[in-house]
Design a protein around this ligand. Structure first.
Ligand SMILES: [Zn+2]
Ligand SMILES: [Zn+2]
Length: 290
């Protein structure tokens, strides 16, 4: 099915976080798919933006400034906030992202240390930290360590590596609070949409207090259109967004995986609604004129 002329995608990843494509590859693919406006929303980093913007200028795709921040609130330890329209050069935002990266680097090394202690208790040779670092192009994460354990023949697959080593040897992830994440993006001139709410809960008794709190802290949108809750619970989330006066947004959450979604679509034949971007822009403009 051809893409509509106002085709957008408000949620995509590159290899600067957990996607597979370079920023330029992502943008070229978007152009080929007919996506004209593309938000690059890597996890907790803005480093893909310069290359994505340059590539967008060359192939006629408007690259929108974006990010996906992991935050916590109450019992929720992995809420994802999509930030848009902020100043990507904002000093406080960049300083905070640098601190988070340092925290995640330390976490990776701590988990490696714990895994090696466990291996030594089992009478096995430790993982070589320099070799393990080669699995990661940025921060060392648990999937990298799982691959190292598999390659050393200590585990048959990632599932076993997580069960026997990475879950028992886990160390806490450094996280911003919901309030800090929302304030950081607002102070940099942007707005946030709460990503894939269906991965948090589909129980109104759980979602309503969370969204009421987030709305009071400045949340602008709710990612109603996402493959995690398409099509079964999309009407449910449309109603939730309406109830909390949140702009319904959407995106493919494309990671470049061969079996994953197509850019600009929630599911085959279901393009991301172009109104999502217009409504969010209107909301951001009204906030600025307040
Ligand atoms: Zn996410
Ligand atoms: Zn994502």
């Amino acid at each position: 099915m051809p893409m509509p002329p106002d085709s957008v995608d408000l949620h995509t990843h590159t290899r600067h976080s957990d996607g597979l494509d370079t920023p330029a590859e992502l943008v070229v693919k978007a152009a080929r798919q007919g996506v004209r406006r593309l938000a690059v929303t890597d996890h907790d980093t803005l480093t893909a933006l310069p290359e994505a913007r340059a590539s967008g200028a060359a192939c006629g795709v408007e690259v929108l400034t974006g990010i996906e921040l992991s935050v916590q609130h109450g019992d929720f330890n992995d809420i994802h906030l999509l930030g848009y329209f902020f100043d990507s050069e904002d000093a406080a935002l960049n300083a905070c992202l640098a601190r988070l990266k340092e925290g995640r680097t330390q976490r990776g090394l701590e988990i490696l240390h714990r895994v090696n202690r466990r291996l030594s208790d089992l009478g096995r040779a430790p993982l070589d930290s320099r070799r393990v670092q080669q699995y990661a192009s940025g921060v060392l994460t648990r999937p990298h360590l799982a691959q190292a354990l598999v390659d050393q023949s200590y585990c048959k697959g990632h599932q076993e590596a997580f069960r026997d080593f990475l879950i028992p040897c886990n160390a806490p992830k450094p996280l911003l609070s919901l309030e800090e994440g929302l304030r950081l993006i607002a102070d940099a001139g942007g707005v946030c949409s709460l990503a894939h709410p269906g991965t948090l809960s589909t129980d109104p008794n759980v979602l309503d207090p969370l969204l009421a709190a987030a709305k009071s802290l400045g949340l602008a949108g709710l990612e109603v259109y996402h493959r995690a809750h398409h099509p079964d619970t999309t009407p449910f989330f449309e109603a939730v967004a309406l109830r909390h006066h949140l702009v319904p947004t959407g995106g493919s959450d494309y990671h470049g995986r061969p079996t994953g979604p197509t850019l600009g679509e929630i599911a085959p034949g279901y393009p991301v609604p172009g109104a999502a971007l217009h409504d969010l822009q209107r909301f951001a403009a009204s906030r600025k004129s307040d």
